[in-house]
Design a protein around this ligand. Sequence first.
Ligand SMILES: *[C@@H]1O[C@H](CO)[C@@H](O)[C@H](O)[C@H]1NC(C)=O
Ligand SMILES: *[C@@H]1O[C@H](CO)[C@@H](O)[C@H](O)[C@H]1NC(C)=O
Ligand SMILES: *[C@@H]1O[C@H](CO)[C@@H](O)[C@H](O)[C@H]1NC(C)=O
Ligand SMILES: *[C@@H]1O[C@H](CO)[C@@H](O)[C@H](O)[C@H]1NC(C)=O
Ligand SMILES: *[C@@H]1O[C@H](CO)[C@@H](O)[C@H](O)[C@H]1NC(C)=O
Ligand SMILES: [Ca+2]
Length: 600
Amino acid sequence: MWNSRLNLGFSILLRWNSGSHCEKACNPRMGNLGYGRKLWTDTSCGSNSTELYCSYSEDADLMCKWLKCSKCNSMHAHLSHPPSAMVDSSFKLPYTWWQSAQGLHGEKIQLNLESEFYFTHLIMVFKSPRPAAMVLERSQDFGKTWTPYKYYSTNCSATFGLDDDVTKKGAICTSRYSSHFPCTGGEVIYRALSSPYAADDPYSPEAQAQLKITNLRVQLLKQQSCPCHSNDLNAKPPQLNYYAIYDFIVKGSCFCNGHADHCVPIKGFRPVKAAGVFHAVHGRCMCKHNTAGTHCQHCAPLYNDQPWQAANGKTGAPNECRSCKCNGHSDTCHFDMDTWLASGNQSGGVCDNCQHNTEGQHCQRCKPGYYRDLRRPFSAPDACKLCSCHPIGSAVLPFSNSTFCDPSNGDCPCKPGVAGPQCDRCMVGYWGFGDYGCQPCDCAGSCDSLNGDCISSSAAIDWHHEIPGFHSTDNKSEPTWGWEDEQGYSALRHSGKNMILKAKILSAHDKGSHAEVNVKIQKVLKSTKLKIFRGKRILYPESWTNRGCTCPILNPGLKYLVAGYEDVQSGRLIVNMKSFVQQWKPALGKKLLDILKDCS
Ligand SMILES: *[C@@H]1O[C@H](CO)[C@@H](O)[C@H](O)[C@H]1NC(C)=O
Ligand SMILES: *[C@@H]1O[C@H](CO)[C@@H](O)[C@H](O)[C@H]1NC(C)=O
Ligand SMILES: *[C@@H]1O[C@H](CO)[C@@H](O)[C@H](O)[C@H]1NC(C)=O
Ligand SMILES: *[C@@H]1O[C@H](CO)[C@@H](O)[C@H](O)[C@H]1NC(C)=O
Ligand SMILES: *[C@@H]1O[C@H](CO)[C@@H](O)[C@H](O)[C@H]1NC(C)=O
Ligand SMILES: [Ca+2]
């Protein structure tokens, strides 16, 4: 008899346990949830004083054997039958049992768990005859509310008004486990995964609603006598009037949504010592699949790119959580439904608290006021550097109090006439660095950047060393001097250009400190201070490379109309930003002569 019940208890419902590497849906080891935990009952035999009790048993032919009587007293270990005797090792201590006080009708056995667990089945082995009526219930909210799993009765309709699953498949009541035979060793078995749940994914919401428990209780409602004695209660000696149970085996496992195969104790949980028991089933999952939480019920902090899902126990799909892309600038992200829907259900992760002066859904750009240092990988903590814009020379963007540089290279937006990546000085040809930027020099050449005094010697001009515009690598498709014709004529008319020439460009030379352009002057339309003759001569262009602009384009081999300045002291012909330079056309010469006529 013992063998048969133990085989039953340990052979059913272990099928979830195959393959435990957690590459697919996985689940922790099954075990007896009663091990290491306290079982509660209303009473115990002999709790106040020594009591006498008796019992019958029958032989294989259901013939009654003799009445056997004994004593119980909870104060004496060898006479006590506490609830813990139902959850000791049924292998090592098969004959220990709990026994209730005598003479009562109702009793209750309750297991309180410290967390949610999966419950798969219950096996009770009675020492007394099984009850004529009982109900198995579970709570999923630590005992606040209870729901019945199964009613047990010799007559379901008479006791509970319910159908019997012996005659009506799937009924919540059964008469299967209420026979008075055997008088001792009778079992009650309940399978939480019996149909219609058996074939389902054990992690589906439906299965969870059925399997998840925090508490389990059995209400023993009505005693039953061994038929060896008359069922007439009045004729029955009171010493036979009690419940006694050998084993209360609650099979189940840690509850991990298919995302863990190993569990550790819930914080604060201390297993109760029980004879012959070494392994308790613990409640805190060691989550895999990038999940987290006591029950792997949400995604790990940096893995919220998709909605969390339980694994699928039927297909084996692990449904792992997917990493957010935060470029190494955040440790956490959250799932945002709007972002998810906007991406066509591809990606909903939004990085939290981007570090290292970054911002954006993926911490993918530098914050305002910072720029990307291209010498560093973007994932580096110092990839975004503080803009260092000069507080006076930099332009302030509208709607912002602080200066703001180009996020791609750190260049600052400068006020008019201001130059330098940080806007910390006047451009060549400008002076008076201040709140309104710099103003143009009122000179032919450059001027003192502090007081605007003209610098007469060209040697003082701050030449830029690279003068890309002056080498023959230039071609015609590059932008030419940016004045519209009409603007150009009007500038000519109203500014006092010293000289107007038609010149053919022969060659251009970078002299390091300045540039020189060899030209052949073909026509002198106007000249005021210097004597200019037709023939070879040098033009001295200034450079505005600081401003992102090269000198007026003068391509060798082409002819230009040039209106520029005559520097009397050095005798040089200067072209700068204020000069008018246009490729020569006969119509242009004619028009110009008309203008000059008007002016004179
Ligand atoms: C044990 O004693 C308590 C009070 O001391 C009493 O309430 C209870 O009914 C007694 N139990 C039995 C089985 O006599
Ligand atoms: C259950 O009890 C009802 C009435 O109490 C009776 O009619 C019925 O026959 C009983 N069923 C069985 C299976 O004993
Ligand atoms: C996207 O996800 C939402 C919410 O999970 C769902 O209602 C919707 O049907 C999904 N759309 C597509 C195209 O899969
Ligand atoms: C600008 O600065 C003022 C005062 O310092 C502050 O009240 C205001 O909110 C700021 N505005 C912006 C857009 O930062
Ligand atoms: C002129 O420059 C453009 C753009 O830089 C280039 O595509 C083109 O081939 C050049 N033409 C000549 C004639 O060099
Ligand atoms: Ca036992």
